[in-house]
Design a protein around this ligand. Structure first.
Ligand code: ADP
Length: 287
């Protein structure tokens, strides 16, 4: 039986360290601040934002959720971001995506100050990641959380074959950059990878990261025995229950370690967001 990579337990550990750092900071009279901007009424986004707010409160991080109506214009949204850029109480700014279709996500991402870009999507931060820079700067929270998960089960990365299925801005692309920086041999598959070719790559993966949003795309015959598998999917099974992109119960019989859905990547993403908010707060404190 495979090792189950328990994201909830690991997130609790990460959060404990974050809480201690917040307590230390409060002794210096400083509170880390996180601002979350939510535009419109997307149901999933509302739930993500609530979870982030709840965790921030629990850890003593000052959090502001700015809820803007669906009808918000690009100008109004950019003004809001600029206001947060200038606000001394705010260390990290996160604009919850997807934005309503009439708004330009790329421009919004570029407007957030790189030193407040807690999600790590600003081109300055993404560029540093692709440069292979090991310095301290924010990195996309889901992939960064996955790196912590891989470390927690001592997954060798150097010289190993890593396959990332999915190339989204939020997960697949930054994930591949992190694995590359860790000296893995990285392959990225995506929607134009033919269905009959995808298994050729995945069967070669010592580390397999799947972020497609396709329920049970990865079946047992597609994985390498002994692999480490991380499932980023948040899908629904035929009964409507939350499930992943990987057929967990079949795949776990074959692999060394695997993360479940729910209780895997989800909680680690939030824990990483909180950790990076405190990283930024300490960085601002030193200035
Ligand atoms: P997430 O936010 O979890 O990364 P997205 O919906 O933004 O998810 O992106 C889904 C990704 O999955 C895209 O990069 C897309 O190319 C990839 N994808 C979709 N279908 C397949 C498939 N059949 N095989 C491999 N990759 C796929």
């Amino acid at each position: 039986m495979a090792i189950k990579i328990d994201g909830t337990a690991l997130a609790n550990q990460v959060n404990e360290t974050t809480l201690n750092r917040v307590v230390e900071m409060s002794k210096r009279g400083r509170v880390p601040g996180l601002a979350v901007v939510l535009v419109g009424n997307d149901h999933a986004s509302q739930i993500y934002v609530q979870n982030k707010e709840r965790t921030a409160k629990k850890l003593g991080i000052h959090s502001e959720v700015i809820r803007l109506p669906e009808s918000t214009t690009q100008r109004e949204l950019l003004d809001q971001v600029n206001e947060l850029n200038m606000a001394p109480a705010i260390d990290g700014i996160l604009v919850q995506f997807p934005l309503p279709a009439h708004l330009d996500e790329v421009e919004v991402t570029r407007t957030i100050l790189p030193e407040k870009d807690v999600d790590g999507f600003h081109p300055d931060n993404l560029g540093r990641l692709f440069e292979g820079d090991h310095g301290s700067f924010p990195v996309a929270c889901t992939p960064q959380g996955i790196m912590t998960m891989l470390e927690s089960v001592k997954t060798p990365l150097k010289g190993q074959n890593a396959v990332v299925v999915g190339r989204s801005k939020i997960v697949g692309r930054p994930m591949s950059a992190l694995l590359l920086r860790a000296d893995a041999t990285v392959t990225i598959a995506h929607r134009y990878t033919p269905a009959d070719v995808l298994p050729v790559y995945t069967r070669n993966a010592d580390i397999l990261i799947v972020a497609t949003g396709i329920y049970h795309l990865i079946t047992a015959d597609m994985v390498k025995p002994g692999a480490t598998v991380i499932d980023v999917g948040m899908d629904r099974d035929p009964d409507g229950k939350l499930a992943g992109d990987v057929d967990y119960f079949e795949v776990e019989k074959k692999v060394r370690a695997i993360s479940p859905v729910p209780g895997g990547v989800g909680p680690m993403t939030i824990a990483t967001l909180m950790k990076q908010t405190v990283d930024l707060a300490e960085w601002h404190e030193e200035r």
